[in-house]
Every structure is written in C-alpha cells, then in structure tokens.
Ligand binder design. Structure first.
Ligand code: UDX
Ligand code: ADP
Length: 463
C-alpha cells in the first residue's frame, strides 16, 4: 500500500508534534491535522510560528519548514477524512467526571464521536490508528461502530501508542526508543500494519519498530506509564523517610540508579508527578482491573496515585508548618506552574494542588512561569471548583518578572524545574523578601549550601 495522504483528528500535544515530524520526514506524504477547535487551528496557522499553540523546544522551526509544504492544519474534518488513507485519532481522553467510572475510567465520548464521523464520511477503505492513550479493548469498540454504521467500507484498526514526553517531544519523535504498532492477525490487518511500518521506516530503524496484536499494544502503553509513575512514587515515598533519618534522597537515588538492573532515569524525587497521562492512565488501569474483579491488582496500582497525592499535600503542609503554622495573608511566590519544564502544559500540575491548599489557608499566591499565562493559572484553579472565580482571582496574581513575583514574599516555592530558576540572582531575591526568607524547593534544583550562605532557610524534598 503506497501511502500518500494521512490525516490526524486532534491538533493537541500529541497530534500536532507527531504530525509535524511525520510531514518533515516523509515529504512524499500530505499530512492534514484537523480539529473542531477553530482557535487552536488558527494558532497552528499563525503566520508567526512562535504563536503555535504548543510550546516544545524545536517544534516551531519544524512547523515553519513543513507547514504549507506537506503539513496542513484545518477545521474541515469531513474533507480530511474523505481524502485520506490513514486516519490518526489523537483526541483527548480525560478521566470521566460523571456517571459509571466517574473519577477513574477514561471518557471515550470524543473517540466515539470520531469513529461515528469516520463511519459517516468514508467512501473507501481506511486505516484508523489509535494514537491517544486508550483503555484496553477500545479498538474493539471503534471497530464495532465503524463496521456497523459504515457504508460497507473496510476499516483496519491499528493501535500505535505515543510514548513522547512533553518538553522533549521533538527529540522523542525523531529518535524514539521504539515504535509500537498493534493490529489484526488477519492478512488485511498485517497489510495495514505494514503500511504504517513503512511510514515510520522513513526515519526510524526497522529493528525499533515492534508489531504486536492490538491488545498487547494498548496494554503496553498503560503499563509503560504505570511503571514510570511507580518509580516516581517509590522515590517520593523514600524522600519522606530520608527527611526523617538524615539520608539524602538524591544520594540514595544515585546509589540505586547505578545498579544497571534499576537504571538511573525517573528517580528524581519531586513535589509529585503531573501531566495528562500518568494519573489518568493509572486510574484507568485500576478501573479495568476492578472491572475484571482483580482487586489486589487494582489496589496495588492505586497506591501509586495515593502516594502522589500525599506528596503534593505533604509539600503544602510543610510550607504552612514551617511558616509558624500560618500562611494567612502571607505572599508565597511560586516559581513554575507547568507540570514539568520546557512545556506550557499545566494539566494535573502539582502547582495547582499546592496553590489550592495554600489558598484554603488564606495565602496570597504570586506565580511566575516562563510559558504559562495568567489566564491559564486562573482557569486551572477554577477547574477544581474549590471556590468562586472571584475568590481565586483575589488570591492569585501572575507576574511576568520573577523578581517582582518574589519581592516581599515570605517564601518562594519552586514547583517546576525550569533551568532559568537556577541562574537567578538569589542574593537579590533574598534582599527583596520578608525575613526569615524561606525557600521550598519542590524540585531539588537549587544548591543548598549557596542558598544557606545567602541566608535563606532552605528546604528541599528528601534531605
Ligand atoms: C509521560 C511519559 O513519559 C510518556 O512516555 C507518555 O507518552 C506520556 O506521559 P509526560 O507526562 O509528558 O510523559 O512527561 P514525563 O517526563 O513522563 O513527566 C511526568 C511527570 O513526572 C512530570 O510532572 C515530571 O516532573 C515528573 N517526574 C518525572 C518526576 O517527578 N521525577 C522524575 O524522575 C521524572
Ligand atoms: P493530547 O495531549 O492527547 O494531544 P489535547 O487536549 O492537547 O490532548 O488535544 C486533543 C484535541 O482533540 C483538542 O484540540 C480537541 O479540540 C480535539 N478534538 C476532540 N474531539 C474532536 C473531534 N471529534 N474532532 C476533531 N477534534 C477533536
């Protein structure tokens, strides 16, 4: 099968970067990314590539190179479906906020809408690729919708989970550890798999392209995220023990990470993991395990989330306790709001929950994040529905200058590990703050000795 046209439904953090790289690496393929969100598509088409809706190092340069050549962004979903051979589904699959499985299961309504739309429009055979992280056996549901409402058109459903991490998406896409493609074992299924393998083979060595059945592929994605999150919760659990015993979690992580069986990555103790995937995927895994009656399996994985929630709460409690058990009317400066550095994504960011706790204690939060807007900060707090927008507005102020955010603060809390925070003139910050000046380093990025020498009361995670 010679692929010359690909479309992707969903112009978000996954669809946008992934399609930009496919377009760059496969100039012979016309790639169209469609989304219902007109504002988002307009931003992807903005003449100034610095205004594209997603910040990822290196992405705007690639968009500049390929947009209008063989990469197109559009709101015309029907046309794109009609003309394409392969359809990637990269729409959001948030945790359900209503009904059965509320707070646990993935909400598949956006996926189902896509499937129904594809079924309605398609007039010739298509390959449909699940790119969003989905619960195991979603492919079956998509197939059922396509086969039963379609016009006799043949659909092949592939699972091709995305393993990119935000902040390093471009590098992850250019040099992936592996590409995973799951499909039917039938001859038609194998042909579809091969067509997608051929697309990736334009830049990925074939020994890194794994093919499996659909269910293994779907479950591998959930498992990979669960294992990664589990490492963070494990090291965060040790961080509290380190604080009690006088051990230093960075030293412990280094010591265990040098064991090649354990490995050094994903052992950074922090204020807790965030992002759109880890929590959602584990909750989803827990829900699936429970639905099969596997309660021990469900409880085992749920503990990873319980530990993460505890780590976030522990951080805000520590701030309150250290500031003489009250933060009422005290200015607390937040350095960072994104869930990790080098992204403007704030989904499930620990900063949101820490701020929410501190606002309950009547603190005044001053936020500085190099890539997150004031509007987004407020929207994130409003989303929790803890209090009214007016009240959130009264308790949180965003700054475009980090020094202004810190001036007169009783404490600075580092919530995201942006590189620039390490370079700041901390002497200057110290002078502008209330004394004693506290720093709570939720990312362990600052140098304790230097901070203490300046005069800060410095508290890190796990030491
Ligand atoms: C994750 C997976 O890594 C990726 O493969 C998958 O496709 C999507 O989910 P992402 O959420 O973008 O990617 O970022 P990741 O680098 O995994 O970080 C997730 C969270 O864990 C961040 O809040 C990060 O700060 C935190 N983290 C990560 C730690 O606290 N300690 C670590 O050692 C690593
Ligand atoms: P992810 O991190 O998985 O990429 P995002 O929320 O960033 O998630 O992006 C998902 C995108 O999918 C959103 O821009 C949303 O508007 C889009 N979307 C959701 N449902 C549909 C649909 N039926 N048709 C087109 N686009 C959709």
């Amino acid at each position: 099968m010679n692929i010359t046209k690909i479309c992707c439904i969903g112009a978000g953090y996954v669809g946008g970067p992934t399609m930009a790289i496919i377009a760059q690496k496969c100039p012979q393929i016309e790639v169209t990314v469609v989304d219902l969100n007109e504002e988002r598509i307009a931003a992807w088409n903005d003449e100034d590539v610095d205004n594209i809706p997603i910040y990822e190092p290196g992405l705007s340069e690639i968009v500049k190179e390929v947009r209008g050549r063989n990469l197109f962004f559009s709101t015309n979903v029907e046309k794109a479906i009609d003309e394409t051979q392969i359809i990637f589904i990269s729409v959001n699959t948030p945790t359900k906020t209503y009904g059965k499985g509320k707070g646990m299961a993935a909400d598949l309504k956006f996926i189902e809408l896509c499937a129904r739309q594809i079924a309605k429009i398609a007039k010739d055979d298509k390959i449909v690729v699940e790119k969003s992280t989905l619960p195991v056996r979603t492919a079956e549901a998509i197939k059922s919708i396509l086969d039963n409402t379609g016009n006799g058109v043949q659909f092949q459903i592939l699972s091709n989970p995305e393993f990119l991490a935000e902040g390093t998406a471009v590098q992850d896409l250019l040099n992936p550890d592996r590409i995973l493609i799951g499909g039917d074992t039938t001859e038609e299924g194998q042909k579809a798999i091969q067509a997608l393998v051929d697309v990736y083979a334009n830049w990925v060595p074939t020994d890194k392209i794994l093919t499996t059945n659909v269910w293994s592929s779907e479950l591998s994605k959930l498992t990979a995220n669960a294992f990664l999150a589990q490492r963070i919760s494990s090291v965060n659990a040790m961080s509290e023990l380190c604080e009690k015993t006088g051990a230093d979690v960075n030293e412990v992580a280094k010591a265990i990470g040098m064991d090649s069986r354990i490995g050094a990555k994903f052992l950074k103790a922090s204020v807790g993991f965030g992002g759109s995937c880890f929590q959602k995927d584990i909750l989803n895994l827990v829900y699936i395990a429970k639905s099969y009656g596997l309660h021990e399996v469900a409880d085992y994985w749920e503990q990873v989330i319980i530990m993460n929630d505890y780590q976030k709460r522990r951080f805000s409690n520590k701030i309150v306790q250290t500031l003489y058990n009250t933060v009422a009317d005290k200015k607390i400066a937040f350095l960072g709001w994104a869930f990790k550095k080098d992204t403007n994504d704030t989904r499930e960011s620990a900063a949101i929950y820490v701020a929410d706790d501190l606002i309950n204690e009547q603190a005044q939060i001053a936020v500085y994040d190099p890539k997150v807007s004031a509007k987004k900060v407020l929207a994130d707090l409003d989303y929790l529905e803890t209090r009214t927008t007016e009240k959130n507005n009264a308790c949180v102020t965003s700054f475009v200058d980090p020094y202004e955010a810190c001036a007169n603060a009783h404490a600075v809390a580092v919530l995201t590990e942006w590189d620039e925070f390490v370079q700041y003139n901390w002497q200057k910050i110290y002078h502008s703050m209330q004394k004693p000046a506290f720093v709570f380093d939720g990312r362990n990025i600052l140098d304790r000795a230097k901070m203490e020498e300046i005069g800060f009361v410095y508290q890190a995670i796990g030491s």
